[in-house]
Design a protein around this ligand. Structure first.
Ligand code: DAH
Length: 355
């Protein structure tokens, strides 16, 4: 190889080894192989050489171009790899560390409400059941006296899932009332159970979330009357809201799984949001005496066993008790919201103010 090519090669090799990043590397590449690059200039001059010399020098230049092209490419791969390693090191995340070390956790108001409801009903002798988020349509509808053509099925905007269980279509339960059926099938009466849990409906706006929480209640025994239902729910409402003389009103209504059925209102002041006086009514519960067909669906003889059931929205109870105005904030996961509305898990036990 002639001296000038030898020099060009040596210069290129040194510059390449000194190119510490892709930008410097590209400058070397353009400086050698680019339009006005040093090697390109020599290739252009080739035409001026005498034919004999041209052949030999042409071959040497081509060989040098191939060699440098390979060296340049190899250097790029080294630099790429270095850049990747540097990035991986810089973006390294230790997933075992706490996500937000400076934000202390808090008990979510929904969890707190569930704890309070469990404590109040627990004191009345209820156990806490659970049910299943994924249910078949017999537990969610059929056994509750809501047959296939019943309009309540359409009202519920149900999320159906692929597949079946026990030959019945699967769905995300739209209500915790499935726990009535589960409890009656799995337990011998007398039964006293509440079941707080997640429920799902295809609905999303300021007052609806596709996932929300309900709490179901069921009492089955001999000689149960509407009087038991009223006494139990009045006590519960006054204890939960901590208002001793909270006005409670029972209004006749309809649910397929209870007969008679009722909706239950509490007294409040619509303007101030204060519970108790104020002369306005707010609906908070659905309830009724368990329908004879539902008892029979669970193998209980309605002439021997009676009962009452109720269902409530946990978000609604939580919003009313703590003055939270927007349902969507419950699920935003904003730590500032959790700090403001959440509860200190280490605070001294002061769970139930009302009982
Ligand atoms: N499951 C009803 C709903 O989601 C609420 C309800 C009403 C539950 C009356 C009951 C009841 O147990 O007796 O709207």
């Amino acid at each position: 190889m002639s001296d000038d090519l030898e020099r060009l090669r040596a210069d290129a090799v040194v510059s390449l080894s000194q190119a510490a990043d892709l930008r410097a590397w590209d400058a070397v590449r353009v400086g050698v192989l680019g339009k006005s690059g040093s090697l390109t200039a020599l290739l252009k001059e080739l035409g001026k050489a005498a034919p004999d010399e041209r052949r030999a020098r042409g071959a040497a230049l081509n060989a040098l171009r191939d060699e440098l092209t390979q060296l340049i490419e190899a250097r790029r791969m080294v630099l790429d790899e270095q850049a990747l390693q540097a990035r991986l090191a810089a973006e390294k995340l230790d997933v075992s560390l706490p996500a937000r070390p400076r934000e202390p956790g808090a008990i979510h108001p929904i969890s707190r409400t569930i704890e309070e409801m469990s404590a109040i009903f627990g004191a009345m002798g209820f156990t806490v059941g659970e049910g299943r988020d994924i249910e078949n349509d017999w537990f969610n509808f059929g056994a509750l006296n809501i047959p296939g053509h019943h309009p309540a099925r359409a009202d519920h905007d149900t999320f159906y899932l692929p597949g079946t269980r026990d030959g019945r279509p699967l769905l995300l339960r739209t209500q915790t009332s499935d726990v009535q059926i589960i409890s009656m099938l799995e337990q011998e009466p007398p039964i006293r159970v509440i079941a707080p849990g997640r429920t799902y409906r295809a609905d999303h706006d300021a007052t609806h979330s596709p996932m929300f929480h309900q709490c179901e209640g069921l009492v089955i025994d001999r000689g149960i009357t509407l009087g038991h239902l009223k006494g139990c729910l009045i006590d519960f409402l006054r204890a939960f809201f901590g208002v001793e003389q909270l006005p409670v009103r029972f209004r006749s209504s309809y649910f397929p799984f209870t007969e008679p059925s009722m909706e239950i209102d509490i007294g409040w002041n619509r303007k101030t949001g204060e519970l108790g006086g104020g002369g306005d009514w707010l609906e908070v519960l659905g309830a009724g005496m368990v329908h004879a067909k539902v008892l029979a669906n669970c193998g209980l003889d309605p002439r021997e066993w009676q009962g009452f059931a109720f269902g409530l929205g946990i978000e609604r109870f939580t919003m009313l008790k703590h003055g939270i105005s927007d349902l969507r904030t419950f699920y935003d996961g904003d730590p500032r919201w959790a700090q403001h509305y959440g509860f200190n898990p280490l605070a001294p036990a002061n769970l139930i103010e009302g009982i």
